[in-house]
Write a protein that binds this ligand. Structure first.
Ligand SMILES: Cc1cc2nc3c(=O)[nH]c(=O)nc-3n(C[C@H](O)[C@H](O)[C@H](O)COP(=O)(O)OP(=O)(O)OC[C@H]3O[C@@H](n4cnc5c(N)ncnc54)[C@H](O)[C@@H]3O)c2cc1C
Ligand code: SF4
Length: 571
């Protein structure tokens, strides 16, 4: 029997970037906010002397425990989905700070084209450029409307960078100057220029210098330690909720953080959402937490799963096209080329977002009239620091064991580097999220089922972008190159990228979207759902800048809702 607790004004499910931004903003404005996080609380001290690749990268210590809660996966509607037993194509974070603790820090504004993908594509290339099987749609918000919230996130997070020559003119300089340049990145930059592209520094959340944000939180300067992606930063030099938004929320007595609180369901009475039901996974004790407003910020898969379990919104049906919850599930595919050189670089040092990027083959930055796809992807070379266990690229044809492998991988360690793209994938009628009819999690709920396969469109973009990466790397005079191949079907096990989006998408029409442009559910005024799950498609950059911007906008909307009650946008 679940114990019923005292009511709160706002309960936030999940304490990653999205949840902690909402919590901090509402706490500042005096609202009574409860943050529920299924994981534990960790601080920078927990990451001292924790450069342990086996524990964090192989063992996935900061990720969702798949033995308790996983997803099932299939390529096509007529297949039986099977449970994912180990992480591969993407990772799902846990603990306070979520993926914002172990991320790299690449922090982007999506392009104006992204928010109006359908209308701008049709206007320029006609209605038949993309078949109706690709469910592209506008976001119900424009770049200009989201810009102030992007800027707010950048200031909170202390992002560094320089003007993207192919992007819109910035209104403000980056809060911090670009990170250090390295010989490898200088050579890549020169190669991009030689290939006719326009390189610039990757916008980074690894502090290029000590920085104090508008909330008074001070972040230290990055040490280029190389243990950044999939690790927490013991220096407090990586922008993350645990050094920015969480401490700000905690400065206010009207905010409470409750860890080990795994939300199982959003509760309704007489059709009205009244709070959440959660379990403490350590004790198995269950609680009912009443609230005026429920904010769901538990990342793409968990956001969608919670709505489906709670029967909120209408589940998407790929046969009829009806319903929107679960629809437009997309990810990033990463065309990549690793080049092997005669020359040596110091590859052990680096930082998550230390890089050089080109945007020439992204968005609608080039004419797509003569290609059979739209959009594209940003191409970057990063210097992230190679770690001892998994960073052992060898030229194609090398044996993958024994003395030959050892010698080649030692030789290649400082003589190889990869460039890759954050390549968009378009939403497709049969790629979606639903509840699995067979498998359940530790709490007896159906697992979330992913149905996904590579589309013809995405294959075309992949080949085009991989060709462009090869052309650039050829300017660096490599001895040899390894190029990524897309298999016949999408495989969930090899690592692809962590940018899964869709499932609770935003839009202007309740028939084809789940939330409005304040991330408020069309079907439940007092439920806000925020995260990558709001994206109707993935842009050609990493997603978290956009997640942060949407969270700041939603926080404003929630405040307005608490004052006025009712829908913030007319259907
Ligand atoms: C290795 C890696 C590198 C990345 N690098 C970048 C990058 O450089 N740039 C970029 O833009 N993006 C990057 N990302 C993606 C980025 O981490 C996510 O976009 C971002 O963290 C999303 O923030 P969020 O708050 O929406 O979700 P999360 O950070 O996932 O937070 C969700 C929180 O909700 C909690 N939760 C889930 N379910 C429940 C429940 N039922 N009850 C209670 N709590 C729950 C989780 O434990 C988690 O703490 C990376 C991701 C990974 C895995
Ligand atoms: S590279 Fe920099 S930001 Fe990343 S973990 Fe190391 S010190 Fe922190």
């Amino acid at each position: 029997m679940a114990e019923t607790l005292d009511k709160k004004e706002v309960v936030v499910v999940g304490m990653g970037w999205a949840g902690s931004i909402v919590a901090a903003e509402l706490a500042k404005s005096g609202k009574q906010v409860l943050g529920l996080e299924r994981g534990r609380e960790k601080t920078t001290e927990d990451y001292l002397t924790a450069h342990d690749e086996y524990r964090y990268v192989v063992g996935h210590e900061m990720m969702q425990d798949l033995s308790k809660e996983t997803i099932t996966y299939r390529n096509a509607l007529d297949e039986e989905a099977l449970p994912m037993r180990r992480f591969g194509a993407f990772l799902i974070g846990t603990d306070v700070g979520g993926g914002g603790v172990h991320w790299n820090g690449d922090t982007w504004f999506y392009n104006p084209y992204d928010f109006e993908l359908k209308s701008r594509t049709e206007e320029k290339y006609g209605p038949d450029k993309v078949s109706d099987d690709y469910l592209i749609q506008d976001w119900g918000i424009t770049y200009d409307e989201l810009l102030p919230y992007y800027e707010k996130f950048e200031e909170t997070a202390g992002i560094s960078g320089e003007q993207n020559p192919m992007g819109p003119e910035r209104r403000k300089p980056y809060p911090t100057p670009p990170m250090k340049m390295t010989p490898l990145l200088s050579d890549f930059k020169a190669a991009c220029e030689a290939a006719g592209a326009t390189p610039f520094r990757t916008p980074a959340g690894n502090m290029s210098e000590q920085y104090t944000n508008p909330d008074g939180m001070t972040l230290a300067a990055c040490q280029y330690c190389g243990f950044c992606e999939k690790f927490g930063c013991e220096w407090g030099a990586k922008s993350s909720p645990i050094v920015t938004t969480i401490p700000v929320a905690k400065q206010h007595d009207n905010f409470e953080l409750r860890t080990n609180a795994n939300v199982l369901e959003i509760l309704k009475e007489d059709g009205e959402v009244t709070g959440v039901h959660y379990i403490d996974p350590r004790t198995q004790l269950e609680y009912i937490q009443p609230a005026d407003v429920v904010v769901v910020t538990s990342h793409t898969t968990n956001n969608t799963k919670l709505l489906l379990h709670s029967e909120l919104g209408t589940a998407y049906d790929p046969e009829t096209g009806d319903g929107a919850v679960g629809k437009n599930y997309c990810l990033h595919i990463t065309p990549s080329v690793t080049a092997f050189f005669d020359k040596e670089y110091n590859m052990s040092m680096g930082a998550g977002a230390l890089g050089v990027t080109i945007d020439d083959y992204n968005n609608d930055n080039f004419d797509h009239s003569d290609v059979d796809f739209i959009h594209g992807g940003s191409i970057s070379m990063k210097q992230q620091g190679k770690r001892p266990i998994l960073e052992n690229a060898v030229p194609q044809g090398t044996k993958n064991w024994g003395a030959e492998f050892k010698n080649e991988s030692i030789n290649a360690y400082n003589r190889s580097a990869g460039a890759w793209a954050q390549m968009i994938t378009l939403p497709y009628v049969n790629n979606y999220l639903s509840l699995d009819p067979t498998y359940t999690d530790d709490y007896g709920r159906p697992l979330l089922r992913v149905t996904y396969d590579v589309t013809d469109h995405d294959r075309n973009v992949h080949e085009y972008i991989a060709d462009r990466i090869e052309e650039i790397l050829d300017e660096m005079n490599p001895v040899s190159k390894n190029r990524s191949e897309l298999g016949e079907h999408f495989d969930i096990l090899p690592a692809h990228n962590d940018h899964i989006v869709g499932g609770t998408i935003m839009g202007a029409d309740p028939e084809t979207s789940v939330v409005n442009n304040y991330l408020q559910m069309w079907d439940a005024d007092n439920v806000f759902v925020i995260g990558g799950s709001n994206f109707p498609h993935n842009g050609g950059y990493n997603p978290t800048g956009t997640v942060g911007a949407l969270a700041y906008r939603a926080a404003e909307g929630i405040e307005q809702y608490l004052d006025d009650n009712g829908p913030l946008v007319d259907a």
